[in-house]
Design a protein around this ligand. Structure first.
Ligand SMILES: Cc1cc2nc3c(=O)[nH]c(=O)nc-3n(C[C@H](O)[C@H](O)[C@H](O)COP(=O)(O)OP(=O)(O)OC[C@H]3O[C@@H](n4cnc5c(N)ncnc54)[C@H](O)[C@@H]3O)c2cc1C
Length: 589
């Protein structure tokens, strides 16, 4: 089993050619001095690829076979993880897209997204540590006072301190409004009491300190989600001069035994079992969930990246195996059904990557773009995030399962490492808002708030791509255009239907929401591959001879011929959502 090698060709093609980050972002004041463009892309991605391939990827099986453990209130992590985290910190990767005023590098989210794809492909359990740290730091960056930012962020961006997100309790998962954790005011801080479960990288000794972000309720807080506040609760208190002080009253109780991501310590955390854990309010009282929402887009995009990252790892291993394994006298890569599996994996990986990088760029435009474009970019991001989180993590399960299938019986045997991709990726459809919640968010909130306007705007852009494909004079591109036009028209129809049923009977709309999310993913993934094919066609016409370009067009053609038709299946399913799904009596289950 070879270690992961980052698909740098495809990544740089997207960033520098299709998205043209240099022109779109390079001149914006926030990035003007950073030299955003092909040279920087290559330098950064090469460095990240070395870390991912040579340092992190060799740990994937180690973490799986030597899971994190908890004994006497101390969590021990898998061998090699602490050293690799240190290397990530030394390379400045924890603060890659963070504010330079607090020690970040200030680079676009687009680069951070590419790096996270690599960390995930290399070892998703490991990658959760920088991911959760980035989420916690972002919440502080967005809602902290300047004093709080000075105190917590530089050490988080250097990787010396890590971060966690503490939302879930045994009775409060998708519905956080019923949580029980309490916060009692005491002078300038609060005392936090309560138990949180499933806390990713909740405790470990790899960093000097851990900055827990904790949701809890103040005395007399309003009922439900409007009564939740957000607190910074460090593992070790921090003195005025920045040195570490006493241990705070927060301890890991246990580490879960899980299907996958064994290297990631998923902890039950006890806050305040003794005197009460000292916590500092972040943002305003009772606005904790709203604070969380501002960093949720980034977090959900990164979870979507887990679906992609794992699928890329699974694909690389499956191709390698299919070239070596001989059956019926030939390497199995020559059998049509194996080619179907490998091409499906590759085409969907490229579609997912194109979708997620495109929206990472939208995030950068929403934060730092020209003033007049920011609101539009944010609307686009808000619409796309549930599609990215939901579609990528659903597809991730299918592709990692195909990776097992390509290996035959050896895929089911742990020693090949193929099954680990499947086990690891399974959680991504569950946490950070289950995919059912993503679908409800897409339909209920995102379509509901503007009558589907943002989606219809995107579909207008798809229509522009179709026109360009037709005008190319190339039969293969015209074929891609025809298929895309049909699928986009269908998505327009289901968008209008869902918006109508939201008004008439929300239950029917929500019953069809998952299929709508999947339909949108397949159509928009196909759109981005079609855009890529157009650009590759232009490059070839201009005399480019790299095999990369015709390969990309062929991948887009396969996608439209074999994958895109799935969108019609989802459309049909959601159109039927008002039938038995609604009528079937509960006691018949
Ligand atoms: C390995 C792991 C790591 C995790 N890391 C963290 C972490 O770091 N921090 C943290 O706070 N939490 C974490 N979680 C918790 C995770 O976010 C929750 O498990 C998740 O939000 C789902 O909540 P639940 O488990 O209570 O499921 P439930 O909310 O009970 O959901 C059960 C099922 O019901 C469906 N459902 C529930 N409500 C609705 C609804 N309104 N509409 C439609 N369907 C609905 C769900 O989609 C799901 O299929 C982690 C969990 C795991 C397993």
């Amino acid at each position: 089993m070879a270690y992961y090698r980052a698909p740098l060709d495809d990544m740089t093609f997207l960033i520098d050619e299709l998205l043209d980050a240099g022109s779109r972002l390079g001149n914006l004041p926030a990035y003007a001095e950073l030299g955003v463009g092909p040279e920087l892309t290559t330098a950064l991605l090469d460095e990240a690829a070395k870390l991912a391939g040579d340092v992190i990827s060799p740990l994937r099986r180690v973490g799986d076979e030597h899971p994190a453990t908890c004994a006497d209130g101390v969590v021990s992590i898998s061998p090699g993880y602490a050293e690799a985290l240190q290397q990530l910190g030394e390379g400045g990767w924890f603060g890659i897209a963070a504010d330079p005023n607090y020690g970040g590098q200030g680079l676009p989210e687009l680069y951070s997204t590419a790096a996270f794809e690599m960390w995930n492909s290399a070892d998703m359990a490991f990658a959760l540590q920088p991911m959760l740290s980035a989420g916690a730091a972002l919440a502080i960056a967005e809602h902290g006072s300047d004093e709080q930012k000075q105190r917590w962020l530089p050490k988080m961006y250097s990787g010396e301190w890590s971060g966690t997100m503490n939302l879930t309790e045994s009775g409060a998962g998708s519905d956080l409004g019923v949580m029980k954790a309490r916060a009692v005011p005491e002078g300038e801080h609060y005392r936090i009491h309560g138990q949180k479960i499933f806390i990713t990288w909740g405790d470990h000794e790899a960093c000097e300190n851990i900055v827990h972000l904790v949701l809890a309720k103040l005395p007399d807080a309003p009922e439900g989600s409007r009564g939740i506040s957000l607190f910074i609760v460090p593992k070790y208190l921090v003195n005025e001069d920045g040195s570490l002080g006493e241990r705070n009253d927060v301890y890991p109780v246990s580490v879960e035994h899980k299907l996958g991501i064994h290297g990631s310590p998923t902890c039950v955390m006890a806050f305040g079992d003794n005197d009460g854990a000292i916590g500092y309010l972040l943002g305003e009282e009772n606005r904790g969930l709203a604070c969380m929402f501002t960093m949720m887009n980034e977090a959900r995009l990164k979870v979507g990246m887990q679906g992609l990252g794992m699928s890329v790892g699974a694909y690389q291993q499956a191709v390698e195996y299919a070239r070596e394994r001989v059956q019926a006298g030939v390497p199995i890569i020559q059998h049509p059904d194996v080619r179907r599996m490998l091409l499906t994996m590759n085409a969907l990986n490229e579609a997912m990557r194109a979708l997620v990088y495109t929206e990472a760029l939208s995030m950068d435009l929403a934060h730092a773009g020209p003033e007049a474009e920011r609101a539009g970019a944010q609307t686009r991001v808000d619409l796309m995030i549930p599609v990215i989180k939901g579609w990528l993590t659903e597809v991730g399960q299918e592709l990692t399962s195909l990776g097992v299938q390509v290996h035959g019986g050896m895929g089911y045997v742990e020693e090949t490492g193929a099954a680990q991709f499947l086990r690891d990726v399974r959680i991504a459809a569950i946490y950070e808002g289950t995919n059912g919640i993503q679908a409800a968010d897409l339909v209920g909130r995102k379509l509901g708030r503007d009558g589907g306007g943002a989606m219809l705007d995107v579909l207008d852009q798809v229509a522009d791509t179709v026109s360009a494909l037709n005008a190319s004079g190339d039969a293969q591109l015209a074929g891609i255009g025809a298929a895309l036009a049909g699928a986009a028209a269908d998505l327009r129809g289901t968008t209008e239907q869902i918006v109508a049923s939201l008004k008439a009977d929300a239950e029917v709309a929500l019953g069809g929401s998952f299929d709508y999310m999947m339909q949108a993913g397949y159509v928009l993934g196909g759109w981005h591959l079609a855009r890529a094919a157009l650009l590759c066609h232009e490059r070839i016409a201009a005399g480019e001879t790299r095999e990369f370009y015709p390969r990309k067009i062929a991948t887009a053609a396969f996608y439209t011929e074999v994958i895109l038709p799935r969108s019609a299946g989802h459309s049909g399913a959601l159109r039927g959502a008002g039938g038995q799904l609604k009528a079937f009596p509960e006691n018949w289950f």
